[in-house]
Design a protein around this ligand. Sequence first.
Ligand code: ADP
Length: 278
Amino acid sequence: MLETENLRKTYPTGDEALCDVSVTIGGREVVAMIGPSGAGKSTFVRCINRLVEPTTGHVFLDDCELTGLGDDELRDARRDIGMVFQEYNLVERLTVMENVLSGRLGYVSNWAALRRNFPPDDVERAYELLDLVGLDGMEDKRVDELSGGQRQRVGIARAVVQEPKIVLADEPTSSLDPETSRDVMKLLTNIAVDRDVPVLINIHEVDLAEKYADRILGLHDGELVFDGPAADLTSESKGIIYRGEEPSESATAVGTSDSTDTETTGHRAKQQSLMAED
Ligand code: ADP
């Protein structure tokens, strides 16, 4: 479970990017963080893994306070956070499998990593994940031969092979076309159920957030102004989050009747029933 307590970030420039943001995210929740450009979405995600140092406040992952850790402990704790990036952050000249296995680097010794000598269990786990993300049979392809959507699938597999306690996705669809964006959102919702982890997605396309997330966090000027089920995001609440700015939508309207949507609904229904049993 991720918990932030009064998280505040003021950059040295004086920009107040986050003002006392307190949220708890757990279970198999898929949570979308939305808000206008400059609202603090990226800063929030980066404060969690301390790529940005919060000015004040606390971040807990289960019973570990991330904000209290020194460099070595933080390096270990980051294994528990799977990161998915807008620009994928893959090593282009390496293969799909090598990129996925790089997610295990935090677990193997430096010597083993240098020799790319991964334990058989890690390799097996990586194959399993390639299957899950729809890239089975592509393990030997170089990443620079892949499409954007395929690269993001590699990025997701790399994040999940870590066996994280939470997956954080920072604008995972911003570089993708609308159809591929929907596929990536579906995949992230499947990951939450299949791996039993919460997924926090910082996203600017509101329609994708509403369609795929269970819960929405709305930021405006660093303040959390909405926190509730996606179904409760009314046009009034969007008005509060965006205040005069037009919320971004993905380029093509998202329908509800195509076959893949039915599949997603199935997964969401499964997730809901699983959560109800908890
Ligand atoms: P979003 O992801 O919602 O677009 P950001 O977290 O990137 O928002 O930015 C929030 C605010 O913090 C903005 O006012 C932005 O200009 C400011 N900001 C972000 N990064 C920095 C930085 N490295 N130095 C100074 N100000 C920053």
